[in-house]
Design a protein around this ligand. Structure first.
Ligand SMILES: *Cc1c(COP(=O)(O)O)cnc(C)c1O
Length: 382
């Protein structure tokens, strides 16, 4: 335990805060947040329309390089709408990784579809192209250019890889498999704003990508999300169905389908604009902290998780890999007891009661990671 005591001291010293408790990831408001929020209040446009929403969407295009961005009320709703637009319907199946935050599976369920849990790679902690290929090769068949499960007869409508802790998944590998089987790829990029894969921003390589601006993410607006895509007609549809599917008209209220009230309020967009102005600086700061942690861990023979090859991670959440579950639990106990917040990676999704009946493959790497990965404090250091 000696080396983890040193890790505790090292983290405490780096954050040099008088506070007893060091959170895993707290937001930083050191820019124009208050000015922009006040401006939104003064404008009276605090709700579902306003200039900051437009500005936010433009900034998301500039940052990610996507041709189009649509603001939403949170990351889960962004993912849900992205799935609908990729063609996911009631009764379909959607493949995702067995190791992810619950929202990934929930967004699939909200579409009336059922998740299929495929293993991850140890290096990326994200969906494994090989495991994906193994499953599709053995368990799927093509009918009229669409992919169907031989196990259930259901259509496999989409694949949702997730960029775990900001580390880009092997998206090229996944897209190659998806193309072979005629399945759309929707990226859950909720954790990876500021991360790129082969110089391209995460979330922009699949048909659609979803981002989150929840309070614990790299930048936040309290709650918020964004859908990005290079497809103009999908972007227009995204805007339409997230804004109650209202047919544009100066005063008449007509709606042409069952839409959603998933609009990001202008108040939140004001904050989001101020936070996005800081993104580059925050990512630089976080990468610098990760580098220091990595060097410290190397010296102390602790396994620190590095960004995968071909990628540049935002290091949203720093992670270490312990020897086994017992050591994991001991380290969690020690760090949390001493006010350095740490937590295990997620419990595998198939273990949740509502997803217990879903198909899963062997989940070998996912289980290996569940037993070993611990997140340690990752906030921007002021
Ligand atoms: C945060 C997160 C979401 C959901 O974002 P919200 O804005 O909280 O709805 C979805 N997927 C993953 C992997 C996340 O980490």
């Amino acid at each position: 335990m000696e080396k983890f005591k040193r890790l505790h001291d090292y983290i405490r010293e780096a954050y040099s805060t008088p506070k007893e408790f060091i959170p895993l990831h707290e937001p930083r408001f050191v820019g124009n947040e208050k000015a922009y929020v006040n401006d939104a209040i003064d404008s009276t446009f605090v709700s579902s329309v306003g200039e900051y929403v437009n500005r936010f969407e433009q900034m998301m295009c500039d940052i990610t390089g996507a041709k189009h961005a649509v603001a939403t009320v949170n990351g889960t709703s962004a993912l849900q709408i992205a799935l609908i637009l990729s063609g996911v319907q009631n009764g379909d199946e959607v493949i995702t990784q067995g190791l992810s935050f619950i929202a990934t599976a929930n967004a699939i369920s909200y579409c009336g579809a059922e998740p299929v849990f495929i293993d991850v790679d140890k290096e990326t902690m994200g969906l494994s192209p090989n495991s994906l290929n193994d499953f599709l090769k053995e368990c799927s068949e093509q009918r009229n250019g669409e992919c169907f499960s031989k196990l259930t007869g259901k259509r496999i409508a989409a694949i949702v890889p997730m960029h775990t802790f900001g580390h880009p998944v092997d998206i090229d590998g996944i897209i190659n498999v998806a193309k072979e089987y005629n399945i759309a790829v929707v990226e859950d990029a909720a954790e990876s704003l500021g991360s790129s894969y082969k110089e391209k921003h995460t979330g922009t390589l699949g048909l659609l990508g979803a981002f989150s601006f929840n309070g614990n993410k790299t930048v936040t607006c309290g709650g918020g999300g964004a859908i990005v895509t290079n497809d103009k007609s999908l972007a227009l549809k995204a805007k339409h169905i997230t804004t109650t599917a209202k047919v544009p008209h100066p005063y008449e209220y007509t709606h042409d389908m069952i839409g959603y009230n998933f609009r990001m309020p202008n108040l939140n967009a004001a904050m989001a604009c101020a936070q996005l102005e800081k993104l580059e600086e925050f990512v630089k700061n976080k990468r610098n902290w990760a580098e220091k942690l990595s060097a410290f861990c190397k010296e102390n023979k602790i396994d620190f998780i590095l960004e995968p090859n071909n990628s540049c991670s935002n290091y949203w959440l720093n992670a270490i890999c312990l020897g086994n579950r017992e050591e994991r639990d001991n380290v969690l106990e020690y760090l949390n007891k001493h006010g350095v917040m740490s937590r295990p990676i997620w419990t595998l999704l198939y273990k949740m009661p509502m997803y217990a009946g879903c198909y899963k493959d062997r989940q070998t790497n996912a289980q290996w990671l569940e037993d070993r990965i611990v997140n340690i404090p990752s906030s921007v250091i002021l």
